[in-house]
Write a protein that binds this ligand. Structure first.
Ligand code: URA
Length: 429
């Protein structure tokens, strides 16, 4: 393949053929094209978006850059859920054990942090011992034993997406609908599920900042997914403020576990819990359950402790140390407000950039993440607050790092002099 000609074609807005995209993915998956050329193509494809047809071929090409899992032999139905990414989005950590507790089988490939959004794999790597590099055979064996196999892309599974994803993260090319759709669906195709539910995020903390954009992305995902033989459906959820209370890695895992154990039900966690229940119920209806009973079952698997039991079995089966002790930051600084009124806004991008600057995300492809750092919100939009009330906690590597962020943290929260309505978490399903 002449990679320079391939880049030039997209730079000039010309269409690629199925064969060209398949070859490109094969080579990218083998790391046979230097990062600078792949990055140049990504920017060309960002500026001259791929057509639906090209996005579908890129999806297939990335899925075929490694092995496609054959889940035959595992109890059906085989389901998967994926989010388009958002600030504080840790739904997978709760929804996956909920689904398994409801008797479904989940083999799932997740991603790392991308742009301003965190990634499930980075979050799970804050759990001591947890392995994210399971081989296809290990994923299957574990799904047989506990109902869940969850890993990142490897040399065997969607390796082309692994490379493209890491480069998009650091080249300003994340928010392209066709690139996002193919990235997400290539992992779903390689994972072998039959039913996929997509949580498409809309708002400032997502790649699609408007509801119309999110709806368009949802339609594209469903078109490509169905075209590739997956039962695909989507719901649109709010990402105009951070989801739940925690933004970071270990802090988000802790919040997810709090929801699973029922330890924390109120405050900002409530909206997050509500989304987890809605997503689980949505998956249950997709596989045939009536909507009324689906919602009830989703609730019950949380309140009965069955989902937490499943989560513990899954985490330990996948290598986590038995006591499930998460790393904690050396400094936790509580930030108090200086105004009374109602919380009018919590800016997701400002919060996420603050976490990134604390060391919780990557600025270059090879950056190491500090899993301990993050932000914990103590209030939600609509809450009435008094001056001097704690608004958030900064988890940082040092006292000075935490103190440096206080001004930015306060700047991310707007206090309004008049009442503000709380925000709905589901925008449409
Ligand atoms: N999740 C993915 O897996 N890929 C994207 O491009 C965005 C979110």
């Amino acid at each position: 393949m002449n990679v320079v000609r391939f880049i030039e074609a997209k730079r000039d807005g010309r269409a690629h053929t199925k064969e060209e995209l398949a070859e490109f993915c094969r080579l990218v998956g083998q790391s046979a094209i230097p990062d600078y050329q792949v990055s140049a193509w990504l920017m060309a494809a960002f500026l001259n978006p791929l057509s639906d047809e090209e996005a579908a071929w890129l999806t297939e090409g990335m899925a075929d850059s490694g092995e496609r899992l054959d889940l035959s032999g595992l109890p059906e139905p085989w389901v998967d859920k994926h989010s388009t990414g958002g600030v504080g989005d840790k739904t997978t950590l709760v929804v996956v054990p909920m689904l398994a507790a409801c008797g479904l089988t989940i083999v799932k490939m997740s991603g790392r942090g991308l742009g301003i959004t965190g990634g499930t794999i980075d979050k799970l790597e804050s759990v001591p011992g947890f392995r994210t590099d399971l081989s296809p055979a290990e994923l299957k064996a574990q799904a047989m034993a506990v109902g869940i196999g969850l890993g990142g892309q490897t040399a065997n599974l969607a390796p082309a997406d692994k490379h493209l994803y890491a480069l998009r993260d650091v080249t300003g090319t994340t928010a392209s609908m066709p690139l996002m759709a193919s990235s997400i669906l290539s992992k779903k195709l390689a994972g072998g599920a039959k039913y996929v539910v997509l949580d498409v995020k809309a708002g400032r903390g997502a790649f699609m900042t408007t509801e119309e954009g999110a709806r368009e992305l949802a339609k594209l995902l469903v078109r490509i997914g169905e075209g590739a033989g997956l039962h695909t459906s989507a719901l649109i959820s709010d990402m105009d403020v951070p989801l739940g209370s925690a933004v970071g890695n270990a802090v988000e895992v802790r919040e997810a576990w709090d929801v699973l154990t029922g330890r924390e039900q109120d405050g900002p966690v409530k909206r997050f819990r509500e989304l987890c229940v809605a997503l689980t119920a949505h998956v249950l209806t997709v596989v045939g359950e009536a909507p009324e009973t689906a919602m009830k079952r989703a609730q019950t698997c949380l309140t009965s402790g069955m989902a937490w039991e499943k989560a513990e079995r899954w985490l330990i089966a996948q290598g986590a140390e038995r006591h499930l002790i998460l790393p904690v930051a050396p400094t936790v600084l509580t930030v108090t407000g200086t105004e009374s009124g109602w919380v009018g806004d919590i800016h997701p991008v400002q919060i996420s950039q603050l976490v990134l600057d604390l060391g919780g995300g990557r600025k270059t492809k090879t950056d190491q993440i500090d899993h301990r750092v993050g932000v914990e919100l103590l209030v939600s939009v609509g809450d009435q607050v008094e001056s001097g009330q704690p608004l958030l906690r900064i988890h940082a590597a040092s006292e000075s790092a935490a103190e440096e962020m206080v001004g930015r943290a306060l700047g991310a929260i707007t206090i309004s002099p008049s009442p503000v309505p709380a925000r709905e978490v589901i925008r449409s399903s």
